[in-house]
Structure formats: C-alpha cells, structure tokens
Design a binder for this molecule. Structure first.
Ligand code: C5P
Length: 397
C-alpha cells in the first residue's frame, strides 16, 4: 500500500524516539522510502548512525550544512515527499509549528512545505494537558495538520495519562490513511460511539446496553475511505478500529469536552447512546448501607452533545448526523427529533426488544434528511455503515 511513497520523517527529541527506529523499518517493509531528519534534541535519544542504517539514507540534521544546501536545499527537501511525519512530535516542536518559527532544519521544513503533515505527539502528561499545548493543538488542527495519538498509559517518567506516542503500527495505519486516495481523503470526521457511564459513587455507575458496534463500524468505514477520524468512545464492548484517533471517555460531560476538543471537523456523526441523566451529586465515597434506609438518587440532565454541536453556529461541521433509537412511531418521532436538535440527518431505528437490534449484529434504519424519510432494508451494521459512509462522501464531495 505504501510502495514507492516518499516519507520525510522528522524525529524530535523525546524518549519515544526509539520507536521511530521501528517505524522506519515498518515503512520500508511496505515499500516506502524514508528520508530522516533528526533534530539536535532527537540525536540525544537515537544516533544518526542507527537512523541512517535503518532508513538506507543520509540523515539530515543541520539547516546550515552547506553541502546539503548545494545537494538538496531545505525547500526542495520539504517538498520532495508525499507526506511529512513528525514522530515523536514534542511539545516544543508543536509550539514552533503553531507559532510559525523556523530556527532549525525541522521547523524550517515544516514552515516551508506544502506537503501534508502528520504528527505523532509524545510528551509528559502535564505538558500535554497544559493550556499552551492544547491551544497549539487547536491551531495546528485548524491549519489542517493531521495527528495520530497520543495514547494514555504508563509513561517513561513514571506518570500515567495521555502523552505516550502511538505505537509504530498505529502510525503506519494513519500514514496509509493520509495517503489513501479515497473519496474522503483530507476530510476530518468526528464519531461518537458506545454508552456513557454516569458515576453514582467511585464504584457504581448508571449505564445502558449499547455495545458500540454501529459507531465502530462507521468509524472503520470512514477511515477505509480515507477520512481522518476522531473516534470518541464511551466504555464499549467492541475494540476500536485501527487507523483512527481514539479518545476514551466515561461520562456524557467528558464526551462533550472530547467532541469540542476534536473540532473543527468536516462532519460529525453521533452514534453514542449518551445517558440523558447523571446523578446530580455523585458521591466521592462509596455509599454505605444504612440500617435499611434506602439512598435517594437525584438526577440532573446531561448536555445534549448532538444538539450542542448542531446548533453551534460558527465552526459547526458542514454535516451533522444523529441517531434516534425509538420503540414506536419511529419515522414521526425521528423527523421531529431532527428538527428539534437542528442536525442535518437522523438515522432512526426501532430498538424494541423483539427486533434484536440493540446489542445485535443487524440494524434496520430509516434515513431522515431535509428531503424526507428513506427506509433501508434490514442489513448488518457493517453494511449500514458502508451505505451511510457512501452518502457522507457524496454530501461532502
Ligand atoms: O434524544 P435522543 O437521546 O433520542 O437522541 C439521540 C441522538 O442524540 C443520538 O445521535 C445521540 O448520540 C445523541 N445524543 C447526544 N447527547 C445526549 C443525548 C443524545 O449527543 N445527551
């Protein structure tokens, strides 16, 4: 899939730089050529010799190396690739990109290029969470820069949280996607999926029976058509697809934050079964049995993520799609829901227990648009996803 594709790989200065060596191997195995650029900080973590041996290419490092400028100037270097990948993309490199700095070879290439760019961020969790980094990420996204990861997990510095660089195979999948010539190439699409968990106390929660199967199938089908997908998922049974950016959340409020953080996007598809209510004051201690007295739970309404995004005005995705799980008067209720929420399309389905749809492999849906209602025959959730994605591609085309 990557045969004769040219990747310019910028290796920034972070402990995750060792994974860049494996990434080079994986890319070359797939037929890609890799031109490496090692920043001065990157060279503290991996040696130019190992990078050039694996890449089978000279390693570029210094902007002011006159031989390179004669051989291949930095402008040409920045444009001679099909894709520029930055792995690891450090907080510092991302800040430079967001600010338009060009004070070394890597930042100069990134400013001079007209080639698509994919970042694999890696940094300490506090650096990732810092408002400055989050601001820079929003700027870079708005500039059309792609991102894969970071993942959450144990970090080399002993802390836990988001900031760990995506694994090499995840980065390869994202590169394949970015280079895929599918009808959704260059489109960024946010998908919500799965149930939400609303805490009662630290060990108990309120949830629903959504498996996440339909949202996962949609994310997979979008990625297969070349879209850059941000997959915001509650705690679902099914494994998220490869080659999408996965953001894991628990509650509806966390899901709204994650969706807003993923914008701007060309489209947003809200397949999650979001809990309508949360416990108004979840206890931070486990509730105890109290001599037969029953606890009373008070509920508060959760934000409606679909309606919030559909009605956001400036920055609204061009296409906003919601789902409507109904048990009676499916088309009438879903048509009213489309108007009430302000979305463009509603995918309505009948989730009465005898249909076996909720948690099952099949779905029978009605697509509701401004033009009216269209019944689709009963088919697998994978087929529903493929058909929906075909419609999305036509609408965004
Ligand atoms: O109002 P109802 O829950 O039936 O609407 C279903 C649609 O709204 C789905 O697309 C679901 O993902 C979305 N939704 C949401 N936030 C909520 C409730 C529902 O995004 N709090």
């Amino acid at each position: 899939m990557l045969a004769s594709r040219r990747i310019l790989l910028i290796i920034g200065g972070g402990i995750a730089a060792y994974k860049a060596l494996d990434l080079i191997r994986r890319l070359r195995e797939r037929g890609a050529s890799v031109t490496p650029v090692l920043t001065r900080a990157g060279a503290q973590f991996v040696t130019p010799l190992s990078v050039s041996a694996l890449a089978g290419s000279k390693v570029f490092g210094d902007l002011f190396d006159l031989t390179d400028e004669a051989d291949m100037g930095h402008i040409q270097l920045s444009r001679s690739a099909d894709l520029i990948v930055v792995a690891p993309a450090t907080a510092d490199l991302m800040a430079k990109m967001a600010g338009g700095h060009a004070d070394d070879l890597a930042s100069t290439l990134l400013l001079a290029t007209d080639t698509p760019v994919l970042l694999a961020p890696a940094m300490n969790v506090r650096m990732w969470d810092h408002p400055a980094t989050q601001r820079n990420i929003a700027v870079l996204r708005a500039d059309g820069i792609g991102m894969v990861g970071p993942e959450s997990g144990d970090m080399a510095c002993g802390e836990y949280g988001p900031g760990r660089m995506a694994e090499p195979m995840e980065i390869v999948a994202a590169i394949e996607q970015k280079l895929a010539a599918g009808p959704l190439a260059g489109k960024r699409i946010v998908v919500t999926s799965g149930p939400t968990h609303e805490p009662i106390d630290p060990v108990r929660y309120i949830a629903n029976r959504s498996s996440g199967a339909q949202g996962t199938a949609i994310a997979h089908a979008l990625a297969a058509k070349g879209a850059e997908v941000v997959f915001v998922t509650g705690p679902a049974d099914v494994t998220p697809p490869q080659g999408v950016q996965v953001v894991r959340v628990q509650s509806a409020r966390e899901m709204l934050d994650a969706v807003q953080g993923a914008l701007p996007a060309d489209a947003a598809i809200f397949a999650a079964a979001v809990a309508d209510w949360r416990v108004a004051s979840a206890s931070d201690r486990k509730l105890k049995k109290d001599k037969g007295a029953l606890p009373v739970l008070e509920f508060a309404e959760n934000p409606d993520i679909l309606a919030t995004v559909a009605q956001m005005g400036a920055g609204r995705p061009g296409l906003v799609v919601g789902f409507a799980a109904e048990t009676d008067d499916v088309t009438a209720n879903a048509t009213a829901k489309r108007a009430r929420k302000g979305c463009d399309w509603i995918i309505a389905n009948d989730v009465s227990p005898d249909t076996g749809i909720m948690g099952g492999p099949e779905n029978a849906v009605t697509l509701i648009t401004a033009d009216g209602a269209e019944d689709w025959p009963r088919m697998t959730k994978t087929e529903v996803a493929a058909r929906l994605v075909g419609r999305v591609a036509a609408a965004l085309g």
